[in-house]
Design a binder for this molecule. Structure first.
Ligand SMILES: Cc1cc2nc3c(=O)[nH]c(=O)nc-3n(C[C@H](O)[C@H](O)[C@H](O)COP(=O)(O)OP(=O)(O)OC[C@H]3O[C@@H](n4cnc5c(N)ncnc54)[C@H](O)[C@@H]3O)c2cc1C
Length: 421
């Protein structure tokens, strides 16, 4: 392997959807970038359908377009035109008090359901297409940082010199740990079950968020695939012990359990692809930066999937950090400077914390069977339904066009991020 060090402005460690999108966005703007992942990132692959999909908000779609990724998606995405929110119990009709969001009120879809494999293929292809992006994978990275710069040594013998290292390795970020950045974790005692179901009748691009005592159950419309003209993703939160049983059920029994929660409006359902299980917890890093280091995506925060916003928050980190980096690079400034990192933390941490608090509150409010709380939340759902301005505010938040950080949480950009400062 070459002994000549690779000189870049930014080295992104972790090429999940968030880290890879940052590298593509910086590459599209001409910044020299290295991206390192312990998994392989082949430029061409055709993975099989695996049942996982993301709800991409409109702000996130705009980022993927800017980064050159959206045009590379090999499979169609499905717009989410309507969202129906209801409350109920498994096997019983939903409460008559409901909330309905209609895209015609805001003039565009709430988001686009994109298969995870489609996004992966597009990201890998784009990473390899940008001439200023160097893809180094599969390998592990050893990082040392000083106020002067960062040195990254990869398992395959390469040395990278960077002005800034970006930790994008997901929830268990080794770089966050190495920097001694503490995290707060909230455990839910719930697991997320993710799968896809084919159904008899069309979904008309409508999503359902059905609140049940064990946790929220969401059906999200997907584009047709071969053999499944009517297809939806299921993201279903339940108590850990029940999910352990559900994941092991034969297909017919599993389909019955889905049907008891979904109802009959889509006809008979049939599970296709794999079932995935995630133990749910929320996580928040106490700082988003350290000397020559920035945290993004799940390395900085993880939230309950109740609102399908986890990846979208990561994409907003990318928008904020990439704008700062592209601007600093254009001015000939050092892209790893302290002020830039403080500005990034001030832009993202309060907003992410507000979303964590909101999703946590929603889950606690809806995942219980107390009759008084049930009545209050049903009245709340119906009340929001009758208030067009409030309904529109919810819709804009779902689309990723609002960062609803309460003013009290906002921090000034000149607040230090280093514990010693
Ligand atoms: C049940 C469930 C449903 C969800 N549904 C949605 C949804 O509909 N919409 C939405 O917006 N979000 C959703 N999310 C959240 C979303 O999945 C995450 O927020 C998103 O995957 C985070 O992306 P990331 O790139 O930050 O991290 P990850 O996806 O975790 O990627 C981390 C990357 O880093 C690499 N890596 C790890 N360690 C190292 C190392 N030491 N060296 C080098 N590389 C390393 C890994 O190989 C990987 O490529 C959901 C989450 C759950 C649990």
């Amino acid at each position: 392997m070459s002994s000549q060090p690779i000189e870049v402005a930014v080295c992104v460690v972790g090429a999940g959807p968030v880290g890879a999108t940052l590298a593509c966005r910086l590459g599209a703007a001409g910044l020299p970038v290295a991206v390192v992942d312990r998994a392989a990132l082949p430029p061409m692959e055709h993975p099989d359908f695996d049942g996982r999909a993301y709800a991409i908000a409109s702000g996130s779609r705009a980022l993927l377009e800017q980064a050159g990724v959206w045009a590379e998606l090999p499979l169609p995405s499905c717009p989410i035109d309507d969202i129906h929110v209801s409350d109920g119990k498994p096997g019983r009709p939903a409460s008559k008090l409901f909330l309905h969001f209609d895209h015609r009120e805001i003039g565009m879809p709430f988001g686009w359901m994109t298969e995870a494999r489609s996004l992966r293929v597009a990201l890998n292809a784009t990473l390899h297409r940008h001439p200023t992006v160097q893809v180094i994978a599969p390998t592990e990275a050893q990082v040392s940082r000083t106020p002067q710069g960062a040195v990254i040594r990869t398992g395959d013998g390469r040395t990278i010199h960077a002005r800034l290292v970006v930790a994008a390795e997901g929830r268990d970020s080794p770089l966050r740990r190495q920097a001694g950045i503490p995290v707060t974790r909230l455990r839910y005692g719930q697991s997320g079950l993710v799968c896809a179901v084919a159904h008899e009748w069309p979904h008309h691009n409508q999503a359902l968020e059905h609140f049940l005592p064990g946790g929220p159950f969401a059906q999200l419309p997907m584009a047709a695939t071969e053999g499944a003209p009517h297809l939806s993703a299921i993201v279903w939160s339940e108590r850990d012990a029940l999910v352990d049983r559900l994941i092991a059920l034969p297909d017919a029994a599993f389909a019955r359990e889905v049907q008891r929660r979904l109802g009959q409006h889509l006809g008979e359902v049939r599970p296709i692809g794999r079932r995935w299980m995630y133990r749910l917890s929320a996580l928040h890093a106490h700082r988003y930066a350290d000397t020559r280091l920035a945290l993004i995506g799940d390395a900085a925060h993880g939230i309950h999937p109740i609102a399908g916003q986890g990846l979208n928050l990561g994409f907003r980190d990318v928008m904020s950090l990439s704008d700062l980096l592209i601007d600093a690079h254009a001015r000939g400034e050092d892209v790893g400077n302290d002020l830039l990192l403080r500005r990034y933390q001030a832009a993202r941490r309060p907003a992410n914390l507000a979303m964590l608090a909101a999703t946590d509150l929603l889950d606690r409010l809806f995942s219980n069977d107390n009759p008084a709380i049930r009545l209050a939340r049903d009245l709340g759902i119906a009340g929001v339904n009758r208030m067009p301005r409030l309904r529109r505010a919810f819709m804009q938040a779902a689309m990723g066009s609002l960062d609803a950080a309460p003013p009290g949480l906002a921090r000034a950009a000149d607040q230090p991020y280093l514990p010693s400062e």
